[in-house]
Design a protein around this ligand. Structure first.
Ligand code: OSB
Ligand code: MG
Length: 370
């Protein structure tokens, strides 16, 4: 079975700069993967990264290299004679250590190709049962509290069901106090992207956030840590949620079993693909998992939509509408959020959306065919 693989490295301007405790993003960087089999079936996937190693060590540059040198040859090795199974892809990537986002681009394109080939919806492949999913929005650090309040109103008016606020020392207690004062008991959570430590001063701040009845606090401490989060969780009532620290099924189970966190932010890219993401969701179940995001382009967004249609995902995710990120997304139609904060899960074969290939080409800075 000859499967043609194309890599497109893209840069897409964001409608609004996204500031977190680790930096400011003005454009979305990603590698889009297109797979075509010898009967003309097509699959699309995304390695949803950044151009700098701020969130994790991977960048679009490292993913390009690892895909070219190792992952694509490994994939070609198993797909030459037969059409592989999803588990085969996962297995052949396992000896190539780390580089989870690089793997996810190829793995997700393969899920999508397989769905097209079998005439199934991608959702069916992921075990989706719901026809719409509840969704939230992640709001970056602003210059002034008034600007943040305005951003929140903007999204609540559109129907978003849950607000996530990025925090860092100096942009935490007072900000949340103002938000609670203005918006009462709106479902609210925060994400520190590793901006705090277990110092007495930081622990005092983190404890003080308990009074805001937050759904969770995401990754307050070091990006690789589990143990310090366990020590923190023992001192605060707000559920800790781990994002950056979790790269495998084992990490996720250990963190929950050890009470280092009460909830896991599943990002398929961060755990090496949708096979692993599905496994974590199925093992931990409702209330312990939700789906995060990486400002995905439309392609990664659709995959994220389908996996959230699994019954385990009841907590609103970070998958917002296309217009929250881009003026023009690379899929048709754009992903839309209704006035009640839901996104409809597409029906139909494969992705259920068209990829806007001319626009994809406009945003492409580097293209290779294998
Ligand atoms: O920590 O969850 C995060 C975006 C880029 C990198 C890291 C994170 C995020 C978000 C945005 O919070 C989620 C989204 O809207 O896709
Ligand atoms: Mg996060």
């Amino acid at each position: 079975m000859a499967i043609q693989i194309e890599q497109f490295e893209v840069r897409i301007p964001l409608v609004h700069p996204f500031r977190t405790s680790f930096g400011v993003q003005k454009e979305k960087s990603a590698i889009i993967i297109k797979m075509t089999d010898d009967e003309g079936n097509v699959g699309w996937g995304e390695s949803s990264l950044e151009s700098v190693p701020g969130y994790c060590y991977e960048t679009s540059g490292t993913a390009w290299l690892i895909q070219n040198e190792f992952l694509i040859p490994a994939f070609k090795g198993i797909s030459e004679d037969t059409f592989p199974e999803i588990g085969d892809v996962h297995r052949v990537f396992a000896p190539i250590r780390g580089h989870e986002f690089a793997k996810t681009g190829l793995e997700s394109a393969f899920w999508s190709l397989k769905a097209s080939r079998e005439g199934k919806s991608l959702g069916e492949m992921y075990g989706a049962t719901k026809s719409k999913i509840p969704t939230g929005v992640s709001i970056g650090i602003q210059n002034r509290i008034e600007d943040l309040l305005q951003r929140i109103s903007f999204f609540l008016d559109q129907g978003y069901k849950r607000i996530k606020i990025k925090i860092e020392p100096g942009w935490d207690y007072e900000v949340l106090k103002a938000v609670r004062k203005e918006y009462g008991d709106v479902p609210l959570m925060v994400d520190a992207n590793s901006a705090y430590t277990l110092s007495d001063k930081d622990v005092e701040i983190l404890k003080s956030l308990d009074r805001f009845d937050l759904m969770m606090i995401e990754q307050p401490l070091d990006y690789q840590d589990i143990l310090m989060h366990k020590r923190l969780q023992a001192q605060i009532s707000t559920p800790v949620c781990l994002d950056e620290s979790i790269h495998t099924f084992n990490n996720a189970l250990m963190a929950i079993e050890e009470d280092a966190c009460r909830i896991i932010n599943i990002k398929p890219g961060r755990v090496g693909g949708y096979y692993e993401a599905k496994r974590i969701a199925e093992a931990l179940g409702k209330d312990k998992v939700w789906l995060g995001g990486m400002l995905e382009t439309g392609i990664g967004r659709i995959h994220n939509l389908f996996i959230q249609a699994k019954e385990e995902f009841t907590i609103p995710g970070d998958t917002s509408g296309s217009d929250r990120y881009f003026k023009r997304d690379i899929i048709t139609p754009h992903v839309l959020v209704d006035e009640n904060g839901y996104i409809e899960v597409p029906r139909g074969e494969g992705l259920g959306f068209e990829v806007n290939e001319p626009l994809l080409k406009e945003y492409t800075v580097q293209h290779l065919s294998h």
